[in-house]
Design a protein around this ligand. Structure first.
Ligand SMILES: [Zn+2]
Ligand SMILES: [Zn+2]
Ligand SMILES: [Zn+2]
Ligand SMILES: [Zn+2]
Ligand SMILES: [Zn+2]
Ligand SMILES: [Zn+2]
Ligand SMILES: [Zn+2]
Ligand SMILES: [Zn+2]
Length: 493
């Protein structure tokens, strides 16, 4: 019964995305077909995410499963909010299609124009220009500044400080494929504006594609579900379940945004920071709801805090990212909330916290377990092999081309992938310039630029006097070798 269910699941997995065209290989790939244990296309060897598949619902299911059964208090409360960013299967989309909302949001784009997303410094532009405030005036802490004017009823795109406002020609709508859940719309939009332009999840843009790719790379589905792994033994399944339980309890979280001064209020009394904040102790149900009930406190926190990543000051009026597991004395600029290993923006602010560092899911996994270079799964078996600076399930140290097992065989690494000798000879081997024979992978060779020779006296020799040039000075003229200028002169070209 149990087995039947798993078989069905595997089959379903193999159907997903079948036939989709590869965006990288174009017509060279006949269509996506999942390899039976690698997580790549059998036809072109690219990943599923490189193919033209709509993974939105798969992704949201994946993220849903990731947070399922966690005690991540803040998030669960947040995802249920009836706030403007709608929660649909763990994906939040802020659409600015309605006139009402676009009038609320657009002025912020003016801010973008004068303040390019230099999230790492507090330029004065946002405070000196008539900085827009959402109509519900839910962004607190702008004390000391003149009250912001109410947003215009009709959107009138005027250049701010002479800089043209980059709004999609003629339209007043931008759809984000993701925005911080639970944040008010003004904060969500500011957060996205503070990301590098090429990483903003604007529907149909390069940034949306970046997010799609990172979703696949940073959060491997097979790191969280044993049924998506290939032929685990019952013991491996058990170990993996323990591993998943452990990161759900101790590491996994989703960042959130607030103004720096609002985060300061979440710190324990005294609020001077320094100590590690309490875990998961935000007031039940978010008593300090974003954009909600923070009082009109004008006082800034402890003399202004700095970003845990770049050490530059946090901007008083701009959203800061915080992470429950890191404590409330740590803040990040939106663009600085990155994995400590790959430095990529943590996709959808999903982080793994370990020993004072932020990791993406993939690199957290790598820091805990070896990862198989063949199937990309974490290895829960004691038996595995190390080769070429990578780890491999014993049965997965195979030729990347024909899948034959390479244990005890001659293999060649080609672009970090092992190949068996026949596949290497057929596809990648080069010929000796001198004798014109294919160079066997194990043959000693001399390479000079794109030219290769057997490292033997009869091949690596002077074209003039046939002297062996191994260990000697030589000159190469096209594909001829010479021991001296004299030999070169006496040899017809
Ligand atoms: Zn491809
Ligand atoms: Zn393909
Ligand atoms: Zn920073
Ligand atoms: Zn990473
Ligand atoms: Zn493997
Ligand atoms: Zn092969
Ligand atoms: Zn040769
Ligand atoms: Zn010579």
């Amino acid at each position: 019964m149990e087995i039947e269910r798993e078989v069905k699941k595997m089959t379903l997995g193999h159907d997903f995305g079948a036939g989709a065209a590869c965006l990288k290989c174009k017509e060279k790939c006949e269509g996506f077909e999942l390899h039976f244990w690698r997580k790549i296309c059998r036809n072109c060897k690219c990943g599923l995410a490189d193919h033209n598949v709509h993974m939105e619902s798969e992704e949201s299911k994946k993220v849903g499963r990731l947070f399922e059964d966690t005690k991540y208090t803040g998030l669960i409360a947040k995802l249920k909010t009836d706030g403007v960013p709608t929660y649909r299967g763990n994906m939040a989309a802020v659409s600015m299609l309605s006139p009402a909302s676009s009038s609320l949001v657009l002025p912020a784009f003016g801010g973008t124009a004068v303040q390019p997303a230099s999230s790492s410094s507090c330029s004065s532009s946002s405070s000196s220009s008539s900085s827009p405030s959402p109509s519900n005036s839910s962004a607190p802490g702008r004390s000391g500044k003149p009250p912001a004017p109410a947003p215009p009823a009709k959107v009138n795109i005027t250049p701010v400080k002479g800089v043209a406002v980059p709004v999609n020609a003629g339209t007043s709508s931008v759809t984000y494929e993701w925005a911080p859940p639970g944040a008010n719309k003004y904060m969500a939009v500011r957060y996205i504006e503070l990301l590098p332009p090429e990483k903003r999840p604007v529907k149909g843009s390069e940034g949306a594609e970046y997010r799609r790719q990172q979703m696949a790379v940073q959060l491997p589905e097979h790191d969280q579900d044993p049924t998506l792994c290939h032929e685990l033994s019952p013991a491996e399944v058990k170990l993996m379940e323990q591993y998943v339980r452990k990161y759900k309890d101790d590491a996994l979280g989703m960042g959130d945004i607030l103004l720096p001064q609002e985060v300061a209020l979440l710190r324990p009394a005294g609020g001077t920071g320094g100590s590690v904040g309490p875990r998961g102790s935000v007031g039940p149900g978010g008593s300090v709801g974003p954009g909600g009930s923070v009082g009109p406190r004008g006082s800034v926190g402890p003399g202004g805090s700095s970003c845990s990543h770049c050490q530059l000051p946090m901007c008083h009026g701009e959203p800061a990212v915080y992470a429950e597991r890191a404590g409330y004395d740590q803040l990040w600029h939106p663009a600085c909330f990155v994995c400590c290993r790959c430095s990529e923006l943590l996709v959808d602010m999903i982080y793994f916290w370990k020993k004072g560092k932020l990791y993406c899911g993939r690199h957290y996994g790598d820091s805990e377990k070896p990862r198989c270079g063949g199937c990309d799964e974490l290895i829960f078996s004691n038996e595995y092999t190390q080769a070429e600076d990578q780890n491999w399930h014993l049965k997965h140290f195979c030729c990347f081309n024909c899948d034959c097992v390479l244990a005890g065989e001659t293999y060649v690494m080609e672009k970090d992938k092992p190949l068996c000798k026949p596949c290497y000879m057929n596809n990648h081997s080069v010929r000796c310039v001198s004798c014109q024979q294919l160079l066997e992978p194990e043959a000693q060779r001399v390479s000079y630029g794109d030219h290769h020779w057997h490292a033997e006296p009869q091949c690596f020799q002077c074209s003039g006097c046939a002297k062996c040039l191994m260990g000697e000075r030589f000159m190469a003229v096209q594909d001829k070798l010479f021991c001296s200028v004299e030999c070169r002169k006496k040899t017809p070209a």
